[in-house]
Design a binder for this molecule. Structure first.
Ligand code: SF4
Length: 355
């Protein structure tokens, strides 16, 4: 099978090229081919000074699998549009990625790591779909390359469809590709992995020794009973165990661990819930709690919280000494908000625009 250029680091491609071509002319093109694949989404060996035979050999040995942009939707906002892409993979499956304006001209790209998800969180459209398959490292990196062709995202968050740590090998390789300075060159602290609290995965991630990598926990309930109700397959790991794994994870003093709280009115917005968040976070060092107003999808389990309800919960958390960021709802009208990926678009996605 040809080597997937988007799932390979520059060093990996150089080593493969040496094995294919020996000291021959073809191997020298590896860095330029790698750069063009990752940064431009192109694979044209003829353009890199290769003769026809070497170029043909490259085409036998390596391939660029850039997904087709099957549809796109955008929701205007004060800092720019939320841009959702529906990507068709080589086997016909689809995944989504969302580029979000972050203010001051910066954007963040939310990428998927699986087609569907096995975790079944009740507030999430993807969870209702079940797991179809894992994405390869190249399919994860391809989402960044596609976005990059239009506009380089400043940060990458692994918060699209799927639990990233359920697909650890692909995640690890995708992180290596994205941080490769000879490719897209993201600094580790521009990347954030978001997990529901996959304890073995957290330990494996720590084992990589990537001290500057961002990490976020999707918490949503501060007691195991409510968590089992909201996140039935995430509750396999008790909160005490997740907390221990997070304490052990901390690899640098100034890591600001993200703790995500999808605010569901009447379900997890009481004073006791706020106290539970504070107790959970107490031993974790520096934490930033992101309060994310629930986005009702196609089978809502609650209504969206009002502004006053969100402000009230944020105030409760702050009164307990927590640093809190209130997430502004983005992309809800095009089903690009948190928890809405994998659901039906609303309104229908348009055809692709040229990138
Ligand atoms: S919230 Fe994340 S882990 Fe839970 S079902 Fe959705 S994609 Fe999977």
């Amino acid at each position: 099978m040809p080597l997937d250029l988007l799932g390979t680091t520059a060093a990996g491609l150089a080593a493969a090229a040496r094995a294919w071509f020996g000291a021959g002319q073809g191997a020298g093109a590896a860095p330029a081919l790698h750069r063009a694949a990752l940064r431009e989404g192109t694979f044209a060996p003829e353009r890199h000074g290769l003769g026809p035979r070497a170029a043909a050999r490259w085409r036998e040995l390596a391939a660029l699998h850039l997904p087709e942009v099957a549809a796109e939707a955008a929701e205007p906002g004060p800092h720019g549009p939320v841009h959702k892409r529906l990507l068709r993979l080589a086997d016909g499956n689809t995944v989504e990625s969302v580029q979000l304006p972050m203010g001051r001209g910066r954007t963040s790209l939310c990428v998927s790591t699986q087609v569907g998800c096995a975790r079944g969180c009740t507030f999430c459209e993807t969870g209702r779909r079940g797991l179809l398959r894992n994405l390869s490292a190249g399919e994860i990196a391809a989402q960044v390359t596609l976005a990059h062709r239009a506009r380089r995202p400043d940060t990458i968050v692994f918060m699209g469809t799927g639990e990233p740590l359920d697909n650890f090998d692909s995640l690890r390789q995708a992180l290596a590709v994205l941080t490769d300075r000879r490719g897209l060159g993201y600094a580790q602290d521009r990347l954030t992995v978001c997990t529901i609290g996959h304890v073995p995965g957290l330990r494996a991630l720590r084992g990589l020794g990537w001290k500057r990598l961002g990490l976020a926990l999707s918490l949503n309930a501060a007691d195991d009973a409510l968590r089992a109700r909201l996140m039935p397959h995430g509750a396999r790991y008790p909160l005490a165990e997740i907390q221990r794994a997070l304490v052990d994870y901390r690899q640098r003093a100034n890591l600001a661990l993200g703790v995500h709280w999808c605010l569901l009115p009447g379900i997890n917005d009481s004073a006791a819930d706020a106290a539970g968040v504070a107790a959970f976070c107490a031993p974790l060092g520096r934490v930033l709690v992101h309060v994310i107003p629930y986005n009702p999808g196609t089978a809502p389990i609650a209504r969206a919280p009002t502004d006053a309800e969100v402000a009230g919960f944020v105030a409760r958390l702050r009164s307990r000494g927590l640093a809190v960021r209130r997430r502004i709802t983005k992309g809800r009208t095009v089903m690009a908000g948190c928890g809405q990926l994998g659901g039906a678009p609303r309104p229908p996605l348009s055809g692709p625009s040229p990138t």
